[in-house]
Ligand binder design. Structure first.
Ligand SMILES: [Zn+2]
Length: 296
């Protein structure tokens, strides 16, 4: 039995003993300085928004954050930009593209928003080799079924490019969060390669349904099963067998750097689910490596 990591310094020992070459993390954020500062000041007032404090463990410079991921052994990670208003996505995509150019371990990330320009800048992002898109339904405050996005979803269903989508109602509900809009989107575009962020918290059960029903719907583990999340949005252990059965569709995500606990805790939280080492190997490395063609 491989012991879970005691702290961040112990993480490489953990994946090595599991027989893995490292970790693939589908849910990491790197944002332009100004945007990053705004996000962090929002978390500084987390008490008002979430009713709980949210100290950011890794609020450090870009270089330091890259060094932390490197020491942890995160061999590939996304940067997941997301806009909260129109006119912002194309600029975020340009920034993300430059960031990926400078850092080969980065999964080329981009985003979009319901606006007339979306099909054009999404096409441009695909031409630049984007590997993953991010959509945030609550922050963006739009319905994923917005007709302006229909051509974008159609294109992404064809290309099969993964889209990490924060669509559950946790930690904050929005007008368009929850399983219903997503079910409508998938009924229209059943081939979409979606990665449901945070395992759809707190609507875990309904999003497990979607992952079981639609061939290319995945789930990411971002903040899932941690002490922090279990306190606010507990997962019903009765659904663990379903999570075990979805082994090939669950991807490691962390939300680094804006997490209120050390990275090692996310891994230990997944470990203590008791789903076994095969499940952990699939989630921590193999599924992400397959989805993004990462060589060991
Ligand atoms: Zn996130």
């Amino acid at each position: 039995m491989v012991a879970p990591p005691a702290d961040d310094a112990d993480v490489p020992r953990y994946w090595r003993e599991l027989g893995l070459p490292g970790l693939v993390d589908v849910h990491v954020h790197f944002l332009p300085e100004r945007v990053q500062a705004k996000v962090w000041s929002y978390f500084a007032h987390a008490e008002e928004h979430y009713g709980t404090a949210w100290p950011i463990t890794y609020a450090a410079s870009v270089e330091e954050r890259l060094a932390v991921l490197d020491r942890l052994g995160v061999r590939a990670f996304s940067t997941l930009p997301y806009p909260h208003r129109p006119g912002m996505a194309a600029w975020l995509n340009d920034w993300s593209s430059e960031f990926a150019d400078a850092h080969p371990q980065v999964l080329r990330s981009a985003t979009f928003y319901p606006e007339p320009q979306a099909p054009a800048y999404v096409a441009e992002a695909l031409d630049r080799g984007v590997q993953v898109f991010k959509v945030h339904v609550q922050v963006g405050a739009f319905d994923p079924r917005d007709p302006l996005l229909d051509p974008v979803w159609g294109r992404l269903a064809e290309t099969g490019t993964p889209v990490v989508i924060h669509c559950g109602s946790g930690p904050l509900a929005g007008e368009h969060t929850g399983p219903e809009p997503m079910e409508g989107l998938l009924d229209r575009h059943p081939r979409l390669q979606l990665v449901i962020a945070h395992l759809g918290m707190p609507e875990y059960r309904e999003f497990l349904d979607l992952a079981e029903r639609f061939e290319r719907v995945h789930l990411d583990t971002t903040m899932f099963a941690t002490d922090f999340t279990e306190r606010l949005m507990p997962f019903d252990p009765a659904d663990l067998p379903r999570l075990a059965a979805l082994r090939e569709k669950v991807l490691l995500g962390s939300d680094f750097p804006a997490i209120p606990y050390p990275y090692a805790h996310q891994l230990a939280a997944l470990d203590r689910l008791g789903l076994g080492e095969e499940w952990l190997r699939a989630v921590l490395w193999h599924n992400g490596a397959r989805l993004f063609s990462i060589e060991a």
